[in-house]
Design a protein around this ligand. Sequence first.
Ligand code: SF4
Length: 297
Amino acid sequence: MHNEHDMPVLTPRDDAAHGPHGTDSTDCRGCGTCCRKGGPALHAQDLDLFRAGHLAPEHCLTLRAGELARDLDGELRPLERELVKLRPRQILRQSARGGDWSCLFLNQADNRCSIYAHRPSECRALLCRDTWAIRTLHAVDRVTRLDVLAAWAEGAAERVNLTGGCADPGVPWADILAAHEERCGYGVLAPVGAVGEALRRAAENIRARDPGMAHPAPLSGEPGDPATTDESAHAAATFLDAVRFDFAFRSIVRERAGAAMEELDFLLGRTLAATAVMYGVAVRMTPEGPELVVLPG
Ligand code: SF4
């Protein structure tokens, strides 16, 4: 936690309005609240942590371009560029709701950071009672997956313990990530008949038809269903097609590139199924495969 100040890259302001750096007016109380809201986004100055082996790709989660993410002001907005952050303790792969978004490195028992000496730059900058440093750093030099993979590969010669598929510089990761984005990218889904908007409208129709709905309702897309239209049926089919591709692609990357499940959260980001809630729907797995449902409002 932020209970010391050892050579931060950006520190909270040391001015009269905020009190001298390190005094009671700006010191971290060690409550752990910031670490429970999700791990920090990573910046160029954090890449040395990968080169040195203090962090590994499996410690990260990628939020892909177009995915909704909470900004500093707490608003959910689609990301213009992908963002790599330290992973939370528990990621649900079929639902965006639930899970434990506390940083992987937070010791829940005493609110201590288990990599305190090697914590990323945002953790060094953040003090909840003086947000100037974190606001200044926030959008600067954020890293991509390829930046992290390059830094990890650069440090390979010095590290003793090499584990996982991400350690293999022979894997053409740039091509693999591009192939996944081509079929499952949010930017690809949006223009194809405005899939997200059509799903959102269909979900609203279904909720309007049954305002008191207590259980998830299938978004059938069946002809004759008054809640769905040709547009929403097409959107549902397109989205489910991408969901199936996403699951299959992940299996192939695991098998052929030897990537661990945790590494997939970094390499390919959260599953499309987990982020379907962006469009007001959810993916339910059935023996016949994934289907779309509308969740109660
Ligand atoms: S790395 Fe440490 S300081 Fe940073 S969010 Fe995680 S637990 Fe908190």
